[in-house]
Structures are given as C-alpha cells and as structure tokens.
Design a binder for this molecule. Structure first.
Ligand code: GDP
Ligand code: MG
Length: 430
C-alpha cells in the first residue's frame, strides 16, 4: 500500500504541471490503492452528510495515511549532557553528510552542548579540508588526519580525544564512496566497532526519489541506523523518497536539510511535512484565486511576475497576506493555501485574522531593502529580528515564524517558477 501511495505521490511531484488534474489523478490512484488494500475509505469518518465533498474526504484519508507512513512512532535518540554522546553519519557520497554534520553540530552547540566533529572520510582527497572549513566557520572543534589512511583508526583517535576533553557530543563524518559497495559497508561496520556510536544517522539526498528505498534498506542491513536526515528538501519535491525510506526501515526522520547554509536545518514534523507535500498541488489554483481578487492591483501583478520567474521576496509575501485578508473567512481558504493552514492551524477565524494582522505589523516595521530581499539578510544579522519585533510590538518568535513561512513559500515559488509551462501560464494570466 505504502509503495503504491508513494508512487502516486511521486507521479504528482514529478509531473511538470502541478494542476488540478494531476492532483485528481493522484487522489484516484490512492483511493484505488486504499480500496484494494481493504482500507474502507468511507469507514474512517462518522456518517456522511448527503452533500459530502468526496475530494476533501479522500484528501483527509490520504493525509492521515501519509502521516502514519512517515511517523513510525519510534523515539529517536536524545543526547544527554554531562556524558559523551557519539553520533556517526552514514550515507552515499554527495548525500550531504559533511554539510549536515556541521549543521547538526551547530544545532546542538547553540543548545548548550559541548560539540566536536571528527572526519573519518579518508577516501576522498579534500574531505578533511571541507569539514575543517565548515567547522572553522561555525567555531566547532574538529579532528582529522592527512596521513592516517585507516578511517576506523582516525575515528577512534578523534572520539577518544574529545571524550577525554569531556565533550557532550562527538559527531563522526564518514566516506560515502568506494570502488565497491561492499567495501563501503565493511568500512562503516569497522568504524561502528571502533567508536560504538550512541546513534547512527543515515543522511539521504531528498532528490533521489524511489532510490531512497533500496539505499536505506541496504544501509539498514549493514550499518544499522536509528534516525534519518533528508537533505536538499529546498530545491525539489522530496516527498516520495522520504516516505519510502521510512516505510522500508521503520526509522524516524529527525531533521530536514533545507539549503546549503549552516542554518538550513529544520526539525522534522510529520504533519507539516505531509501538508506541504499535498499542498503543492494547490499552488496553481491559489495563484488563480488570488489573482481573481486582486485583478487590478499593480503590486499583485508584480508578485505574479515574480513567482513566474521563481522569485519570492518578503514584499511578495506581504502582498499575498494582504490579499488573503481581503478574501474572506480564513476557514474557507486554509487547505487551499499550504502555508496558511500551517499559520492558522487551530485558530478560529478571529484569532486567525489577528495573527495575519500581526504579520502585517511585522512587515511594516521592515525597511524597503528588507522587504525586497529574499530574507537571507536576517540569517546573517539576527539582531534585525529583535529590532523588528520591538518596532512592531510583536515577539522575535513571531518574526522568526514569519520568516520561516516566507522561506517555505519562496521555495515553492522557485519550484513552480522554474517550470516553463507554469511560467507561461502565469504570464498569460496577467
Ligand atoms: P557528502 O558527500 O555526503 O559529505 O555531501 P556534502 O556534504 O559534501 O554535500 C554535497 C552537496 O550537497 C554540497 O554541494 C552541499 O552544499 C549540498 N547540500 C547538502 N545539503 C543540502 C541541502 O539541504 N540543500 C541544498 N540545496 N544543498 C545541500
Ligand atoms: Mg563528505
């Protein structure tokens, strides 16, 4: 069942045209899969009113089914302070291990853990240099060797050194390529034996689609891991692969890599993830809807031109929120707008609009340059967030939320805009 749903979702995420028809095709296929697996689509809810919206019902069933698939209800490892926690990364070359181990180290470091990195990739020339550069930038102590060629020895040396120096978290980066695949798996086992990690994390490239299933199964069989991190979820649709990896290994995803920057690591939330995945199909209809309401607004036109080009500035985001506020009751709109349902989840119409109004206060406290930016300026200078929170009478948390919402929308605009057909369509609509 999982496989069939995955492939239906994948067809959707792979299709060039994320339109109503593609979405309907997916729902049909999933509905058939559910029925053939004896899941009674109708038994999942109480007696139906006569005029039930079938699409909504199926959508909900699919949603719950997908959430169940990506949430194995296994508790991932939680490091404890005051004792060494050894974390080992495994995964194929290019998956994002070296990038992600610095991100994770930084994540723990900012939470008060004394954290260090060990480079046990002796296969690739330059691997140690790359880790060294990242670690230096993030001010994280590191260990590696330019002369020792046995990765298990380097790993053991590094871990022993940092244990002696009473580090809380020691992250071991490994190689991902060998002349032969067996050699790689043997090496992973040897390193595991040498450092006895408290946690092994599989790093998976989110753009590899269904290959995630066999890849994660192969690692599971040799270098047993207890958690997964999916990288590169910023550029492409990463849904199907992630779901397959979890389904094949019953191992929880703990983080998502959302960009090349050190800060681009997000905690994995099954519900939000699936919402985003399914919400994608509605981007085109959202564009149409917003367009209909803001037909004669020139700034709205600017925004659509931007989206068509794959650009989405903070000002574009402000424009969209303003349009949404003009559209009427939020309850009618959420579900159609992936970001919005995240934003106003659990709020009634009144609290929801209040939240949007507070967002407008935040936008209004930004400078013109900040509004026209892609938001990176806030990552580089977090003090700007404090200034804006003060100026708008909101909290830094709210400013952060708004910026992360913007990043998500910008990622979507990039995807949609990158597709030529979409671009043409958006232009025709202007
Ligand atoms: P490794 O071989 O597994 O150590 O992979 P690297 O950490 O060297 O990453 C390979 C490439 O993927 C690099 O160019 C990274 O910048 C890029 N990369 C890693 N994580 C992400 C991510 O979350 N998003 C994007 N866009 N690129 C990433
Ligand atoms: Mg590497």
């Amino acid at each position: 069942l999982g496989r069939r749903i995955n492939s239906a979702v994948n067809d959707l995420t792979r299709s060039n045209n994320l339109d109503e028809k593609a979405f309907d095709d997916m729902l049909k296929e999933i509905c058939a899969a559910l029925l053939s697996a004896d899941v009674n689509v109708l038994s999942t809810s109480p007696p139906l009113p006569a005029a039930v919206n079938k699409k909504r019902l199926i959508q909900k069933t699919v949603f719950d089914e997908l959430v169940a698939l990506v949430d194995p209800h296994a508790q991932p490892f939680r490091p404890k302070k005051g004792r060494p926690n050894v974390i080992m990364f495994v995964g194929l070359q290019g998956a994002g291990k070296t990038t992600t181990c610095t991100k994770l180290a930084r994540h723990y470091q900012t939470r008060g853990f004394k954290t260090a990195l060990v480079c046990a990739d002796t296969f690739r020339a330059g691997a140690f240099d790359q880790l060294k550069q990242n670690a230096t930038k993030a001010k994280i102590p590191y260990y590696g060797s330019l002369t020792q060629t046995d990765p298990a020895i380097v790993a053991a040396e590094g871990v022993a050194k940092f244990k002696k120096e009473r580090f809380d978290i020691i992250i071991v980066d490994t190689s991902g390529r060998h002349r032969q695949e067996e050699e790689l798996f043997t090496e992973m086992t040897q390193i595991q034996t040498a450092v006895t990690p408290d946690q092994t994390i599989l790093v998976l490239d989110g753009t590899i689609g269904q290959a995630a299933e066999s890849q994660s199964a192969a690692f599971k069989a040799t270098a047993d891991f207890g958690a997964i991190i999916i990288t590169k979820t910023d550029g492409h649709a990463a849904g199907g692969g992630a779901i397959s990896a979890v389904a094949a290994t019953h191992t929880p995803i703990i983080f998502l890599g959302t960009g090349e920057h050190m800060m681009d690591l997000e905690r994995f939330e099954p519900r939000a993830f699936v919402q985003k995945l399914l919400g994608m199909g509605d981007v085109a209809s959202l564009v149409e809807h917003v367009q209909a309401i803001t037909k004669d607004s020139s700034s709205a036109k600017e925004t659509y031109k931007h989206i068509a080009e794959g650009i989405y500035t903070i000002r574009d985001f402000r424009e969209n929120i303003t349009s949404i506020m003009k559209m009427g009751p939020l309850s009618k709109l959420s579900g159609m707008i992936p970001g919005l349902s995240n934003l106003t989840q659990g709020l009634d119409d009144e609290d929801g609009s209040m939240k949007l109004r507070r967002m407008i206060y935040i936008f209004d406290s930004m400078t013109a340059a900040e509004l026209d930016s892609d938001g990176k300026t806030f990552v580089d200078q977090p003090s700007r967030m404090v200034r804006i929170a003060h100026g708008s009478g909101t909290t830094v948390r709210e400013v952060e939320d708004l910026l992360s919402q913007h990043r998500m929308m910008a990622g979507m605009a990039k995807r949609v805009g990158g597709q030529k057909k979409q671009m043409q369509r958006a232009q025709n609509m202007l």
